[in-house]
Design a protein around this ligand. Structure first.
Ligand code: PLP
Length: 476
């Protein structure tokens, strides 16, 4: 570290040299990404053991820090950028986003209210509005960026609580509020209920049909029953693209019910909402024009590195009522065009997240994005076809997007052994779920670099692992 810091010439030149070397390193890393094992070959504690227990007393040179980054940190990285990363919702960053992140860190501008960073306030408005238009959502949706879908949905449930129980922020919430979602919805919805004092006991998990979609008639029955026992239904969360199978709840029918009982309807489209960028998929958000809020994560399927979750609500005033609390030291100037995002949620300080998203939207453009999303859906459909044709495997859910749920026609133990074998290869990383009480394998395609060759390789590894498993069982 140089003796004189900002803005000394030495400090800046030190950065320039290390910065160029780091960008070169990133370019090589991305160019050679297939050479890394997708999953790191480390045991818990390895990285901690390899680093000193205390921070250095004297500042160190970039060269030493970067050397240790490669030697110690990198071997413990799971490479979400790897084209063989086919687990969870496989997603990558992209180079325009890396540059956007770099500039955002360089500017270190913090959007508390408009004046603290007009660029944050207004670029967030613009990028979310562009994205809204791409998905075909109505123009009465107000957008705000949070870090994750979990936090976006927590804000949705808080706004729902505000609508049903305006005294909640002063007195604490009513004990009889009830939230409805499907048994296939993401755990973040239940966590929102925990966080906001609704309580797990007051979350109704509505059963799904044979395609894992919420059954609206059961939703209605549950609401009627709760009302008759003195409870207050206040919020329904529908999912477009559930985590396990990517099933699509019938949003329009659910909206009819939510509207009839004056409940907030939130749509969790964290993964699949991005598909609506393709006009032929906009039907998945039908009913959203009658919903109160929706979340879509560009950090899941839109080549934007973590974290960036796009939250939209048609009722920003209710969200604002739930969260606005302005001490004198934060009092902003009043101007109808100056948005103060601190009024619309828990965080005060906000990163300049929209900058990377702006780079991404401009770099790929709408048609570029459509081409990528369609190619992932195509690859998933092709994979599903191979599973369907194979006598020893079965598909266990429809494939509306880029995820296939399937299993080897054997025991759960067989399937566990197969996935472990495949993941040990370092070439591919698959994850699993449970459906109808069975252990199920999942392949999720969402990576910028994943090609037909990668998916074929994954399928070959899966078949080989199954064949090896048969041999082992026959021997024992
Ligand atoms: N909602 C759905 C449908 C998801 O699949 C996930 C994560 O996979 C989430 C919410 C949570 O996303 P995040 O990690 O951004 O909180």
């Amino acid at each position: 570290m140089p003796d004189e810091l900002l803005p000394s010439r030495e400090y800046i030149e030190d950065f320039r040299r290390a910065g160029h070397a780091t960008v070169d390193w990133i370019a090589e890393y991305l160019a050679n990404i297939r050479e890394y094992p997708v999953l790191p070959r480390v045991s818990p504690g390895d990285l901690m053991d390899a680093l000193p227990a205390s921070a250095p007393d004297s500042g160190e040179a970039y060269d030493a820090i970067l050397r240790d980054f490669e030697a110690v940190v990198l071997p413990a990285v799971t490479h979400w950028n790897h084209p063989g990363f086919l687990a969870y919702f496989g997603c990558t960053g992209s180079t325009p986003a890396v540059l956007g992140e770099m500039l955002s860190a360089a500017l270190n501008t913090n959007g508390l209210h408009w004046k603290t960073s007009p660029a944050i306030a207004e670029l967030e408005r613009v990028t979310l509005d562009w994205f809204r238009q791409w998905m075909g959502l109505p123009d009465d949706y107000f957008g705000i960026i949070y870090d994750t879908a979990s936090v976006s949905s927590m804000h949705a449930v808080a706004a729902a609580r505000e609508m049903a129980d305006p005294e909640a922020r002063t007195n604490g919430c009513l004990p009889n509020l009830v939230l409805y979602t499907s048994e296939q919805s993401h755990s973040s919805i239940e966590k929102a209920a925990i966080t906001l004092g609704i309580g797990q006991r007051n979350v109704r998990k509505i059963s799904v049909d044979d395609q894992f979609r919420m059954r609206p008639e059961l939703l209605r029955q549950a609401i009627i029953q709760d009302i008759s026992s003195g409870r207050k239904p206040f919020c329904v969360v529908a999912t477009v693209g559930t985590t396990s199978t990517t099933s699509i709840d019938p949003v329009s029918e659910i909206a009819d019910i939510a509207n009839a009982y004056n409940m907030w309807l939130h749509i969790d489209a964290a993964y699949a909402g991005s598909a609506a960028v393709c006009p032929e998929y906009q039907w998945i958000l039908k009913g959203a024009e009658r919903a109160h809020s929706i979340v879509v994560n560009p950090h899941k399927w839109l080549f934007t590195p973590v974290d960036l979750s796009a939250f939209y609500t048609r009722y920003p005033d209710i969200l604002r009522r739930a969260f606005s609390l302005v001490p004198e030291y934060l009092r902003p100037q009043e101007d109808p065009r100056a948005i103060n995002y601190m009024d619309y949620g828990v965080p005060l300080g906000r990163r300049f997240r929209s900058l990377k998203f702006w780079f991404v939207l401009r770099y790929f453009g709408r048609t570029g994005m459509q081409k990528l999303l369609r190619s992932h859906i195509e690859l998933a459909k092709e994979f599903a076809g191979w599973v369907d044709e194979h006598p020893d495997f079965e598909r266990v859910a429809p494939v509306p997007f880029s995820v296939v749920c399937f299993r080897y026609k054997g025991s759960d133990e067989d399937n566990r052994a197969i996935i472990e074998r495949v993941n040990e290869s370092g070439r591919v990383f698959l994850s699993h779920t449970a459906l109808n009480g069975q252990f199920v394998l999942r392949i999720a395609i969402g990576n910028l670099g994943t090609t037909a060759k990668d998916v074929r390789e994954a399928w070959a590894l899966i078949q080989q692992a199954a064949a090896d498993r048969v041999q082992v069982s026959e021997r024992s």
